[in-house]
Design a protein. Structure first.
Lengths: 154, 701
């Protein structure tokens, strides 16, 4: 067990947990933030994606100790009322079906849009192909990313 | 979290009290005995309180297909409710809801009339209550958006003001339903009610349920079907901090821990050896061999018209064999369930497609009355037929009982791959004949597919395994469908579109081959045989128009077509492929859909888009193979489903009709694989008869 500090969704967080525990289980089981999902457990599906200092990471394979001193953003940290531009675009395009992968999809899209204000199709393919969706919402995800890009354009 | 349990305990008591009264839709009524007058609850599906808030209970499982929106739309429409006042709740498993199983694309189809009646009955009661209060004829009043109006006097009363009086009225058994022209919500694209919670992380799936004192369990299972535990050394597992118990059970060995991480670590630390049982030598080659052998000789005749044998002997014949593999469901939410076995009953939270069956299974397992079992249906992180099974529910109940605490059993994705109820493998041998003039003369489809269970066979025929093959719509004067029964120890189940998924591949590929054999255009050839199937013709014409069928296609490209009826809907798809190197890429899929009356157009389009993508993933690459009795593919990298970069453009066009609703969750899937294979033939001249069309690597299959 170790005392670890990081910033979670804008708030300081200090925990006494097994330093090797994946960030995913700290978020879900210790902190009760269940918006981040467990699926493959080996960084192949992207359902557990969170932002670590703004970069998308698979929280199922990142030990919580790697988050020490960093900023962690989960789906709950974007906004609880759905007002983040990417969340709004997801609602406008009615993207989710079962919804299980969508927290990860949204955070990957947020990271993409932070880097590229107007991503091309190829940018979207490259940034989003690590996020698997079994329901097949890919075309709506693509539309929602373009919509969010347009709405946040200066 | 105390709140959740308190609420559910309250419901538990309620359910225990009222569960035995046998309330059924449309004829019940709790309202007569209701002590609280500030609530109107004329049937199992809706209630209105004094503030005018309408609660609608959804008795089907939401797995992304939009039932939590579509079903309340149907109720609210006939009720003339104001959608802004509608609050949707998931129903507990109770007999008053009838069959709750969510499968076979049946939710809207089967609930449409009962839910309309439930809404219409409540509307009539509101109107009667207002008319009585005003002392006027009910016929002079009407309901509109949560208000009853009396036009001659301009008087109005909101539903909330009428609940006490309405609750005392008899429930009309045969309320007058609206004309489709009067629909307020049905047919209008409505935003899904579950989406806001699915973009902010607050949607609760089975895996997210937490109750006080809950433990988390993972289970290691014998990788070989039919195998059993032979030796267990759990000392290292029990030494993992946080691990509470190691429990050998029927399905494997469970590690029960304080939370998920120690449960997973403890599982890794188990030293287990298995008695692999009689199927340890099972391999994919023998599975195929069995099916291929079975189609070599005539089999049980499931349908026959004319004399196929004679016609085949007389005509110019074509023969082809098709093959479709075992497939995994691959729901992204691994199987899981929370169970809390108590001395007087059991409470279960499950992402299940069959809450009613789960309730019965739990009651039987514990030897208690089903009324003592409360089943909460959470959101489902994918279903596709996998969650028609109750294996995870059984494990959770067994473990909760064993450790005398609430337990969440959680599978991993590799557990899901290795212990799925797979789409069965199939081999299809088809024979066709044309007469001297090139006119179609005979069709024979001989199918071999292992049955999901021996009870499904009646006189050597498994009708469920034949759906989509038996109903071949093409008007051949001589036509036969034969079934060659077989069995396998591999666990089989229902996979999105079930038998249609493989039968459409064989039927729609072979009709295409016959068209080319006859020297005809594949669309024209199909049309000429579909005079008795106007719905097929209509979607074919629509898809041909939208996809530009018949317009020249550049070299290196190809356009393929398929049409298939399933779950009371007909879907035609045109696929455009581009040849690339030795392979091909799917560029665009145009779909035309006749699913009868559309409740939520938004959901219909989304389901077809999703079905096409799901179908394409399977058509191109998915296959489960068995080696040494084990599932070979146990990860996404090995199974290699479709990703964003390969997702084609999908266009969906829906036929406008007032016919009764058909299904929509599955019908987009079956035409996709044959349309791709037909397009590849058009592009390259190469006929692909084995699925998947682009296997990820040379496996043992």
């Amino acid at each position: 067990m170790a005392n670890l500090s990081f910033t979670l969704n804008g708030r300081p967080q200090t925990l006494d947990v097994d330093a090797a525990m994946p960030l995913l289980w700290v978020l879900r089981d210790v902190l009760g933030l269940t918006g981040t999902k467990f699926s493959c457990g080996i960084a192949q599906c992207g359902a557990c994606t969170v932002l670590l200092d703004g970069k998308p990471m698979r929280s199922c394979v990142v030990a919580v100790s790697s988050a020490a001193g960093k900023h962690v953003t989960t789906i709950e940290g974007l906004s609880t009322d759905g007002s983040h531009p990417v969340q709004r675009a997801w609602v406008a395009e009615q993207v989710p079906q079962c919804g299980y992968c969508q927290s990860g999809q949204i955070l990957s899209a947020v990271a993409l849009l932070a880097e590229k204000k107007a991503p091309t199709e190829a940018d979207i393919d490259a940034a989003m192909s690590g996020n698997f969706c079994r329901c097949g919402t890919y075309s709506r995800i693509r539309k929602a990313i373009h919509r969010a890009a347009k709405e946040t354009a200066p | 979290m105390n709140g959740l349990l308190n609420v559910s305990r309250r419901k538990f008591l309620q359910a225990t009290v009222v569960g035995g009264t046998g309330l059924v839709l449309g004829v019940s009524f709790r309202s007569a005995e209701a002590a609280a007058p500030q609530r109107f609850e004329p049937n199992a599906f809706l209630a209105i309180d004094g503030s005018g808030r309408v609660t609608i209970w959804v008795a089907k499982s939401e797995m992304g297909q939009g039932v939590r929106t579509a079903l309340p739309m149907v109720v609210a429409d006939e009720l003339e409710a104001d959608w802004a006042m509608v609050h949707v709740e998931q129903a507990l498993a109770e007999p008053k809801y009838g069959r709750m199983g969510t499968g076979g694309s049946s939710s809207v189809r089967n609930s449409y009339l009962p839910l309309r009646k439930a809404g219409a009955a409540a509307r009539e009661m509101m109107v009667s209550a207002a008319a009585a209060r005003w002392g006027v004829e009910a016929s002079g009043c009407r309901a509109e958006s949560g208000v009853v109006l009396h036009a001659p006097t301009g008087r109005r009363l909101a539903y909330g003001e009428l609940v006490a009086e309405a609750a005392k009225l008899p429930v009309p058994a045969d309320p007058k339903l609206k004309d489709p022209g009067q629909f307020r919500y049905i047919g209008t694209p409505m935003p899904r009610v579950d989406i806001p919670a699915k973009v902010n992380g607050s949607a609760v799936y089975g895996i997210d349920v937490r109750v006080p004192n809950m433990l988390v369990a993972t289970v290691v299972r014998c990788p070989v079907v039919g195998g059993k535990l032979s030796k267990l050394d759990d000392s290292a597992a029990r030494a993992v901090p946080g691990v509470r118990r190691v429990v050998p059970m029927e399905s494997g060995v469970a590690v029960v821990a304080e939370s998920t991480w120690p449960a997973l670590r403890g599982r890794q630390a188990l030293v287990v050896s298995w008695d692999e049982g009689p199927h340890a030598g099972l391999g994919q080659d023998s599975i195929w061999q069995q099916l291929e052998t079975a189609v070599q000789k005539p089999a049980a005749v499931a349908r026959a018209t004319g004399n196929v044998t004679r016609a085949l002997a007389a005509g110019r014949t074509l023969e082809a064999t098709y093959q479709a593999p075992l497939l995994a469901h691959l729901t992204m939410e691994p199987q899981n369930c929370v169970a809390d076995v108590q001395p007087d009953g059991c409470e279960v939270w499950a992402p299940t497609q069959v809450p009613d069956r789960a309730r019965a299974v739990v009651a039987k397992l514990l030897g208690i009355n089903p009324e003592r079992v409360v089943v909460h249906t959470t959101f489902l992180g994918g279903g596709f037929g996998r969650r028609l099974e109750t294996d995870a529910v059984v494990e959770a109940v067994q473990l909760s009982r064993a450790v005398a605490a609430p337990v969440k059993v959680l599978w991993t994705l590799d557990d899901d791959f290795a212990h799925d109820f797979y789409r069965p493998p199939s081999v299809h041998r088809l024979f066709g004949a044309l007469d001297a003039a090139g006119q179609p003369l005979a069709w024979l489809h001989r199918l071999s597919v292992p049955s999901r269970s021996p009870e499904r066979l009646k006189n050597g025929i498994d009708e469920g395994a034949l759906t989509g093959a038996l109903q071949v719509p093409y008007g051949f004067p001589n036509l036969a469908v034969e079934f060659a029964a077989s069995a396998t120890p591999v666990q089989l189940g229902a996979w999105r579109s079930v038998a249609h998924s493989y039968n459409a591949f064989a039927v729609e590929s072979f009709i295409d081959e016959l068209a080319h054999f006859a020297g005809k255009d594949p669309l024209a050839f199909r049309r000429s045989l579909l005079a008795a199937s106007p719905r097929h013709l209509r979607v074919l014409d629509l898809v041909a128009d939208k996809a530009g069928w018949g317009r020249p296609v550049p070299k290196g490209r190809g356009r393929g077509l398929a049409v298939h009826e399933s779950f009371a809907s007909v879907v035609a798809e045109v696929v455009d492929v581009v040849a690339e190197g030795t392979g091909f890429r799917v560029e665009r899929v145009v779909c035309a859909v006749d699913c009868g009356t559309v409740v939520n157009p938004n959901t219909v389009e989304a389901q077809v888009e999703g079905g096409v993508t799901f179908g394409l993933s399977a058509a191109l690459r998915e296959a489960i193979t068995i080696d040494q009795g084990r599932t070979v593919q146990t990860s996404l990298s090995e199974y290699a489903p479709l990703r964003m970069r390969e997702a084609p453009v999908v266009e969906v066009h829906v036929v406008k009709t007032n016919e009764p609703p058909g299904g929509i969750g599955e019908p987009g899937v079956p035409p996709l694989a044959p349309a791709v294979a037909n397009a590849v033939f058009a592009a390259t001249g190469k006929r692909l008869r084995k699925l998947p069309l682009q296997p990820p690597s040379r496996g043992t299959g």
